[in-house]
Design a protein around this ligand. Structure first.
Ligand code: GTP
Ligand code: MG
Ligand code: ZN
Length: 449
């Protein structure tokens, strides 16, 4: 059921011009949306139970929504703050709480009845950039998520290019659990929002997301957050394969030391990402591949890195052992210089001796979309088959690389990659083609050799 209550309404001139944000949406949206079975049973352990990506077109309010939910402003880099856009993947954790009166909240005390609320689920979020030039970053983020919030501005024509492209990217990555939020409903009338709702419904018809819940919100003012929390709570927890050899996907790497820290107090290099399978514990010796990029004469080579796990953090807690669940930070014994500024982002980590050899030559089976919209005004154009000698942008797990097609047959393409990958047969690769200087997602491929 969709109820709208406005918490902490800011007195904003622009918002006062229109109807109160999201007012009276209750019954209409209740009818329009289908109820999804509730899943309140998951208990809180040390780790968040799933990773949710926040995706969608530029400026539709993804980072604002994450801030509203978690209190964390994920845009931290000076360039991001200066330009007001997300450039790198952002992270934040959320604890969903529920009151005995049924209200979902992030607060300790219920705003309806004043009772103490209980923690019921912890979720990690990955905030993706919406800028069209940052598609590869978005795809890398999509490699580490289990579910997604697709943010759509109610104040813009639907669908915008990256609304479509990110939706396709979720499909490419096989992410089926999604929630659509119609943001900025404070800027439109209820009729306009419902008009767009119908267009969204039409857009998802006959796709994997046909029965997706669509929730009207105003991230800026925190309207309808309890309904969104209720929907997030219904998302199933991440599948947990704890018996396979561990594979950790590295999405970001950091030097967490403040300038001027004494050597004795220095933290080792930190790897941020998610454990796809297996378990890892403090003291494990891990290898990181492809590893460090070294330029020698005119050549670039990659050298695997070996290190020891000295700390594990998930959901803000220090842990001794981790299983596949939520976003995790691994502190290593590496010199932090080696992990500074995402130096090892895109790599894979596992126990020493268990990660396959890296390669720059691959074979893949492509699955291309039928057509692509190259701009908002013109009709979509057909996607041509892959061609020999063409360059593709490829997204394999969290790695982004460029591949030159050396042979393109009907079902199989062979490529030479600029940046090597760790080949796991069966991996899904997102593929993008260059149209007038822009990499655009055209489909996906299965790695076969
Ligand atoms: N009126 C209104 N403005 C909003 C709302 N949510 C976000 N905004 C504004 O929209 C602008 C863009 O918000 P962001 O959260 O940075 O958008 P984003 O989707 O993260 O953008 P990228 O990361 O660059 O793709 C900011 O000026 C926000 O204040 C909302 O609910 N109502
Ligand atoms: Mg953003
Ligand atoms: Zn209550």
């Amino acid at each position: 059921m969709v109820k709208i209550k406005i918490e902490k309404v800011t007195q904003d001139n622009e918002t006062n011009k229109k109807e109160e944000p999201a007012k009276n949406y209750d019954e209409t949206y209740q009818k329009l949306n289908k109820e999804i079975a509730s899943d309140d049973k998951i208990s809180i352990s040390g780790q968040p139970v799933l990773n949710v990506g926040i995706v969608g077109h530029i400026d539709h309010g993804k980072t604002t929504l994450l801030h509203r939910l978690t209190g964390i402003w994920a845009d931290k880099h000076s360039e991001e703050l200066k330009r007001g856009i997300t450039i790198k993947l952002g992270y934040a954790d959320l604890i969903i709480r529920k009151c005995s009166c049924g209200k979902f909240t992030i607060n300790q005390d219920c705003s309806v009845c004043g009772c103490k609320t209980k923690e019921i689920k912890q979720i990690s979020f990955v905030d993706a950039p919406g800028h069209e030039m940052l598609m590869a970053t978005m795809l890398g983020g999509a490699a580490i998520i289990d579910a997604a919030l697709l943010v759509i501005s109610a104040h813009e024509p639907f669908p915008k290019p990256q609304t479509k492209e990110h939706f396709l990217a979720l499909q490419v990555r096989g992410i089926k659990n999604i929630i659509i939020v119609q943001n900025k409903v404070d800027l439109v009338t209820k009729e306009q929002a419902i008009e767009q709702f119908k267009k969204i419904k039409e857009f998802v018809k006959d796709t994997f997301a046909e029965n997706v819940e669509i929730i009207p919100i105003c991230a800026q003012q925190g309207a309808n957050m309890d309904e969104l929390l209720c929907s997030l709570n219904k998302l199933p927890a991440q599948q947990r394969d704890t018996t396979s050899k561990p594979v950790f996907l590295i999405a970001r790497t950091f030097d967490i030391n403040k300038p001027g820290t004494k050597v004795a107090n220095l933290h080792g290099g930190v790897l941020g990402g998610t454990l796809k399978k297996g378990k890892l514990k403090i003291g494990d010796i891990i290898e990181i591949k492809p590893g460090i990029e070294i330029k020698k004469h005119n050549q670039t080579i990659f050298k695997p890195v070996e290190t020891k796990i000295i700390g594990l953090v998930a959901g803000g807690k220090k842990l001794n052992e981790i299983i596949p669940s939520g976003l995790i930070a691994i502190e290593t014994s590496l010199d932090p210089v080696m992990t500074k500024s995402d130096a090892l982002a895109g790599c894979l980590a596992g126990l020493k001796g268990t990660i396959p050899e890296i390669t720059t030559k691959i074979k893949m089976k492509p699955y291309l979309f039928k057509e692509i919209s190259l701009n908002e005004k013109e009709k979509p154009v057909a996607i041509e088959p892959l061609k020999t000698n063409e360059y593709l942008l490829m997204s394999v797990n969290t790695t982004t690389t460029v591949g030159l097609i050396t042979s393109a047959r009907k079902d199989i393409a062979e490529l030479n990659l600029k940046i090597p990958i760790v080949p796991n047969i069966g991996d899904r690769i997102g593929i993008a083609r260059n149209y007038s200087g822009h990499w655009r997602l055209i489909g996906w491929a299965e790695l076969i050799a």
